[in-house]
Design a protein around this ligand. Structure first.
Ligand SMILES: Nc1ncnc2c1ncn2[C@@H]1O[C@H](COP(=O)(O)OP(=O)(O)O)[C@@H](O)[C@H]1O
Ligand SMILES: [Mg+2]
Length: 376
């Protein structure tokens, strides 16, 4: 990584210097953060750097000397690009259509394939660079999601304003009626149902308005572990009688972050309540935190360090077809659910310039990951 310190060896035929020079070139290629794979004109891999090992899931030992087309047999687009460059000697880039399937995951990648040309002009193979763009894809998805939610949120808030006043009238009238009926009368029961249900609508409306409110953030230094600790303490009491184990795995080195404490409390309370709702009589809820030193989120030209907080449960999980709907207002699979909890979580995280994602293994559990910048 520090070419400044390794002076480029001078030209010499001395064996030692030749080796130093080879080492120097090898270090340069190994230090490139993108995957680099060199393929000779017969299609054999002659070189592969650590970043390529990581993206492809093949070790350098497996890759070097192997046939590129065999190793990447599933990646037809990639094979076409490489064989075309070897055949024609032109540079080909593709930032949209290539994925690498390895070790059970699919990694979206941006690739460029350059012809490998000798000083004499002879083409002797191709150099393939591979960049992992998972992170870019995640950001793109987050932007699409935020767009969709902001339109829905504005619509819903408009509706909520319209409903709020007549609802107040209905509840007031029902409360007056309640006083008129004798205890034990059937009409009194009906009236109480009316009051209870208007309260429920009122709760939904308050959540909706909160979703669309331009309240802004009240920023101050916040101790995340204290927030989580307080929530867990209260929730432990609320599940007494059920066999739910709470596990906290906090990274003690996380400093106070600059955030809105009330909003973060609501965010984590929603996630933890959902996890508890998901587990029936017994289960295990794990809350963990860590600082991500290698995860940066663009903030104009500055970069900010992030903390990751994970809420994991071993409940039934979320079916694949529901996973993209859980952030949508009113999507709920619970009989008494409003379906607004996760929409509010999404909004709180976006306002903090963070990211939230859900991963679920149906039948085994769900993990919500929240990434928040250390400073705003
Ligand atoms: N930890 C979880 N395990 C399984 N399903 C979950 C979990 N968290 C959220 N969900 C699903 O997402 C839906 C939406 O959650 P949310 O927006 O909080 O609304 P609500 O809790 O009112 O249903 C839930 O109804 C449930 O189907
Ligand atoms: Mg909820």
């Amino acid at each position: 990584m520090c070419p400044k310190q390794t002076a480029m060896p001078t030209e010499t035929v001395n064996g030692l210097h030749q080796k130093q020079r080879d080492d120097y070139y090898a270090t340069v290629i190994d230090s490139v953060g993108d995957g680099v794979i060199v393929i000779d004109s017969s299609g054999l891999i002659t070189l592969c750097n650590p970043a390529a090992e990581e993206i492809s899931g093949f070790s350098r030992k497996q890759a070097q000397g192997a046939e590129f087309a065999k190793l990447f047999a599933m990646e037809t687009t990639l094979l076409e690009i490489v064989s075309k460059t070897i055949r024609t000697g032109i540079t080909i880039s593709d930032h949209e259509n290539v994925v690498v399937r390895s070790t059970g995951r699919v990694t979206p990648v941006a690739v460029t394939c350059y012809p490998l040309v000798l000083g004499s002009g002879e083409h002797i193979g191709a150099i393939l660079t591979i960049k992992d763009i998972t992170y870019i894809r995640e950001l793109e998805a987050a932007v699409r999601q935020a767009d969709r939610l902001s339109t829905l949120g504005t619509l819903a808030a408009g509706l909520a304003h319209e409903v709020k006043n007549p609802l107040g009238g209905i509840k007031g009238a029902a409360q007056l009626m309640e006083r008129e009926f004798e205890p034990g009368s059937e009409l009194l029961d009906y009236t109480r149902v009316m009051i209870r249900e208007t309260d429920r609508i009122d709760h939904i409306i308050r959540e909706l308005l909160e979703l669309a409110s331009p309240r802004g953030l009240k920023l101050a230094p916040v101790n995340l572990h204290k927030i989580m600790g307080d929530i867990l303490l209260l929730q432990k009491q609320s599940v007494s009688g059920r066999e739910i184990i709470f596990i906290s795995n906090f990274d003690p080195s996380i400093p106070e972050i600059i955030a809105d404490e009330e909003m973060l409390t609501r965010l984590f309370l929603n996630l933890i309540r959902n996890a508890i709702d998901a587990m029936s009589d017994s289960g295990r809820l794990t809350v963990s935190s860590r600082v991500l030193s290698d995860y940066y989120m663009a903030k104009k030209e500055r970069h900010s360090r992030m903390v990751a907080i994970e809420v994991t449960d071993d409940g039934p999980g979320i079916p694949r077809e529901d996973l993209e709907n859980i952030w949508t207002p009113f999507f709920s699979t619970k009989s008494g659910g409003t379906g607004l909890g996760l929409t509010i979580c999404h909004k709180i995280v976006s306002e903090h310039r963070g990211m939230i994602k859900a991963e679920s293994d149906p039948g085994h559990g769900t993990k919500f990951t929240v990434l928040l910048p250390l400073v705003q």
